[in-house]
Design a protein around this ligand. Structure first.
Ligand code: ZN
Length: 384
């Protein structure tokens, strides 16, 4: 593949401790990697040249939490919630029924559409969870579909107890940790569990994570979303890569995150879409916790594929500075996936970058709702 220099970069916000913010910069891409970073005037001669006309460039966003394999939509439920009416029909079960009934082609087509939206919003790495199949066959096929789009696939059989097991949830737990896991593990890198009162308690969540360990799957936990609970401390105790949501935290939860290798992944699209209280990112950052931002894209509680929208919410509603929010959407996301090849612009990293039609990344929060992403490179290829 010919080498290419991206030049005319008004501000290169590398997110790298070594390179920092570089004005008047250029980046050389060779094959799928970043080969050189520095002042435009010193850029080496290469095959091709793209002049970005003074735009700002930053690393591609890393979305470490999404649920993209599903069928149907839940706009009626959203409308009811926003109208203050109670809505009793369905919830996740609606999506589970629609997903089970959908063919592979329809599910795959929808993932393709959603990942195209993500790339257009600057996301160059996406994690995708199962969790709307909840049978051995449906979880396995959802993960196989996800694996066509990303290596960051997560088995979430422990999303909810499906209606057919409501009388015997312990039998469903056995299935998740047994036959379903055996069928899903070959297609997954991670295992996740929804640890919440009335869904999977601490003992059940621990059993799920331990079962995943036996197949070499790394742990992730949906933790402390709806109320205080044991999820965050369990994630830290089990060495999970990430505790996700972290909306209702105690001082002990924050201490546990600060001293563990577990990233706190915040999903403000969920609080926005359910009109709930946001997590306090300021408290986490001040305690030294590594924070990631992700979309949580799913049809029930956060149907967004836009990382710029999540950044704007993080700044407006969660006490983050624009710089911190961008860092959480890049470096933080990479940490939540335990990846060292993405999230910053440095020689040797994967060539995942985006150009903004703006002078600095601050504009992502300063100009909310405006489509500022003006070019996206993934693995060295321009994809949007
Ligand atoms: Zn989720």
């Amino acid at each position: 593949m010919p080498s290419v220099v991206l030049t005319g970069i008004g501000l290169l916000a590398t997110q790298s401790a070594e390179y920092g913010d570089l004005p008047g910069a250029a980046v050389v891409i060779q094959d799928s990697e970043i080969a050189w970073v520095g002042p435009a005037a010193a850029a080496p001669a290469v095959d091709d040249r793209v002049d970005l006309g003074g735009r700002c460039v930053l690393p591609g966003f890393v979305d470490s939490h999404s649920h993209l394999v599903f069928a149907g939509d839940r706009s009626e439920e959203f409308t009811a919630r926003m109208s203050g009416r109670s809505y009793t029909a369905g919830g996740i079960a609606t999506t589970v029924a629609a997903t089970r009934a959908a063919g592979d082609e329809a599910l795959t087509g929808r993932v393709a559409e959603l990942t195209a939206e993500m790339r257009a919003s600057g996301i160059t790495t996406y994690e995708i969870k199962s969790g709307y199949g909840l049978t051995v066959n449906d979880e396995s096929r959802c993960l196989q579909i996800a694996a066509r789009f990303t290596s960051e696939t997560t088995y979430l059989g422990a999303h909810v107890v499906p209606p057919e097991y409501s009388h015997a949830p312990e039998d469903y737990l056995d299935l998740i940790c047994g036959e379903m896991l055996a069928a899903c593990a070959p297609h997954a890198r991670w295992i996740d569990v929804f640890c919440e009162q009335g869904v999977f308690d601490a003992d059940a969540a621990r059993a799920v994570l331990l079962a995943g360990t036996r197949y070499g799957l790394g742990g992730r936990v949906h933790a402390n979303q709806l109320r205080p609970g044991p999820g965050v401390q369990l994630a830290c105790e089990m060495g999970a890569a990430s505790a996700d949501h972290c909306t209702h935290l105690s001082a002990a939860d924050i201490d546990a995150l600060a001293s563990a290798d577990t990233v706190a992944t915040l999903l403000p699209g969920a609080e926005f879409s359910t009109r709930s209280d946001y997590p306090d990112a300021r408290q986490l950052l001040d305690a030294g916790v590594t924070v990631a931002l992700a979309t949580d894209c799913n049809p029930g509680t956060s149907y967004t594929t836009s990382m710029p929208f999540c950044i704007a919410l993080a700044v407006r509603e969660m006490g983050m500075t624009p710089t911190e929010a961008v860092h959480a959407a890049t470096v933080g996301g990479a940490a939540a996936l335990r990846r060292t090849d993405i999230g910053v612009i440095e020689p040797g990293r994967r060539a995942d970058l985006l150009a903004l039609n703006a002078p600095s990344p601050v504009h992502l929060a300063y100009r909310p709702g405006v489509g500022l992403v003006g070019g996206v490179w993934q693995n060295g290829l321009q994809v949007a």
